[in-house]
Design a protein around this ligand. Structure first.
Ligand code: CP3
Length: 348
C-alpha cells in the first residue's frame, strides 16, 4: 500500500485535508533555548556547514510542537559563499566586497551544488532519515532580487537604498546579476529536491520594496526563471512575497503551487486576487504571539476564517518568528490551528 500523502503536501496541492497544516517561518532559531545552547558553542556559519548540527537544529522544533512541515536549517545567503562571495553573519549577512560592477558580477562562479554546498545536501539527507514520516522537509533558497539586495547593499537594510539605486543606475548589470542568481538558485533547489526535499520555497522577502513595473522586471522575471526550471521535480513550489499586497495580481502566471504572504492583507482578499489555481500560506502577524492566550486564539481563528473552507491553505506567520517569542505561545498556536480547523469552524 502506498503511504498516505502528508497533510502539508496535500494542502500545497489544494486537496481536501482533515485539518489545516501549520509550520512557522524561522521555526528553528533563537526563540528556542535548545537552539541558543548550541549557538553558545558554535558560530552560525559553522552550524550551517556541519550537517550533524544543522540537522539537529532543523529537528528541534519538531520535538516540541506537532508541526506539519520541517524547513532546512540554513540561510538564503549560504550558497553565495559557494559562488565566491565573501560572506559573514553579524548576525545578519554582511558582504566583504559588495557586488556593484560587471567585473564583480562576472567573477561570480556558477553554483555546482555537490561541489560548493555538499553540507546542505547532506543535511537534507540526514533530516529525511530522522524526521517523522508524516512531516515533509521544505528546501529553500532566496529569490534572486532579495539576494541582489544583500549583495549590492552589503548588509541588512530597511529600504535597501543602494540596491534599488543600482537597479535604476545600471539596469543591464542588475539583470545580468539576477540571471546568474536565478540559474544558481534553480541548480541549488534542484539539488535539494534530489537529496530528498519534498517541497521547495523561494523567499522573496524584499520584493515588496518595488513598484509593479520594477517588480516584474527585477524580481518576477528571475523568480519565474528559477521556478520554471524546477517544475519537472514533481514537488510543490512555494513563493513567499513580503509586503506584496499591491503586487499579487502579477503572480497569476508564476509557476508556483503556493503563494506565501505577510499579514497586511486578509487571506480572503488575497485569495480573490490570486484565483483558485494557487494555494495560500500565512499569515498571522508574528507580534500576535505576544497576545494573551484567548486573544491569540481569536487572532488565529480570524486567519482561518479569512482563508475560508476551500482547500489550499497552509497556516504560517506572515514573516519570521521573533527571537523574543515564548515557545509556549507557539505550542498554543499549533494546537489552536489543528483543533479549530479539524472541527471545521472555518468551513464555508
Ligand atoms: O527555521 C527556518 O526558517 C530555517 C532557517 C532560516 C534562517 N534564515 C536562519 C537564520 C531561513 C529560512 C532563513 C531565511 C532568510 N535569511 C531570509 C528569508 C526569510 C525572511 O526572514 O525574510 C532572509 C531575508 C535572511 C537573511 C538573514 N539571515 C538576516 C536578515 C539575518 C539576521 C536577522 C536574524 O533573524 O537574525 C540572518 C541570520 C540568520 N538566519 C539567523 C538564523 C537562525 C540568526 C543567526 C544566529 O543564530 O545568530
Amino acid at each position: 500500500m502506498s503511504e498516505p500523502t502528508a497533510v502539508f503536501l496535500a494542502a500545497c496541492r489544494r486537496q481536501v485535508v482533515p485539518y489545516t497544516p501549520i509550520w512557522i517561518m524561522r521555526q528553528a532559531g533563537r526563540y528556542l533555548p535548545e537552539y541558543r545552547q548550541i549557538r553558545a558553542r558554535v558560530s552560525f556559519e559553522a552550524l550551517t556547514r556541519t550537517p550533524e548540527l544543522a540537522a539537529e537544529v532543523t529537528l528541534q522544533p519538531l520535538r516540541r510542537f506537532p508541526l506539519d512541515a520541517a524547513i532546512l536549517f540554513s540561510d538564503i545567503m549560504t550558497p553565495l559563499a559557494g559562488m565566491g562571495v565573501d560572506l559573514t553573519f553579524e548576525p545578519g549577512p554582511v558582504i566583504g566586497q559588495p557586488i556593484r560592477t560587471d567585473a564583480a558580477i562576472d567573477a561570480l562562479r556558477p553554483l555546482v551544488p555537490h561541489r560548493d554546498v555538499p553540507f546542505v545536501l547532506e543535511t537534507v539527507r540526514r533530516v529525511r532519515a530522522e524526521a517523522p514520516r508524516h512531516v515533509p522537509l521544505i528546501g529553500f533558497a532566496g529569490g534572486p532580487f532579495t539576494l541582489l539586495c544583500y549583495l549590492v547593499s552589503g548588509r541588512p537594510s530597511k529600504e535597501f537604498e543602494t540596491a534599488r539605486a543600482f537597479l535604476y543606475a545600471s539596469p543591464g548589470s542588475a539583470e545580468r546579476l539576477l540571471d546568474r542568481l536565478a540559474d544558481a538558485m534553480a541548480a541549488y533547489l534542484g539539488a535539494q529536491a534530489q537529496a530528498g526535499a519534498q517541497a521547495l520555497m523561494l523567499f522573496e522577502s524584499w520584493g515588496g520594496l518595488l513598484a509593479p513595473p520594477e517588480f516584474e522586471r527585477f524580481a518576477l522575471r528571475g523568480a519565474m526563471r528559477t521556478l520554471a526550471a524546477l517544475r519537472n521535480h514533481g514537488v510543490p513550489l512555494i513563493y513567499y512575497l513580503n509586503q506584496g499586497t499591491a503586487l499579487l495580481d502579477r503572480l497569476a502566471n508564476l509557476p508556483a503551487d503556493v503563494i506565501g504572504v505577510d499579514w497586511r492583507a486578509p487571506l480572503g482578499a488575497v485569495r480573490r486576487v490570486l484565483g483558485a489555481q494557487q494555494a495560500v500560506q500565512g499569515n498571522l502577524d508574528p507580534a500576535a504571539l505576544f497576545a494573551p492566550a484567548d486573544e491569540l486564539a481569536r487572532q488565529a481563528g480570524r486567519v482561518l476564517q479569512e482563508a475560508g473552507g476551500a482547500p489550499g491553505h497552509i497556516f504560517n506567520l506572515g514573516h519570521g518568528i521573533w527571537p523574543q517569542t515564548d515557545p509556549d505561545a507557539v505550542a498554543r498556536l499549533v494546537d489552536i490551528v489543528h483543533e479549530r480547523s479539524s472541527r471545521g469552524d472555518n468551513r464555508l
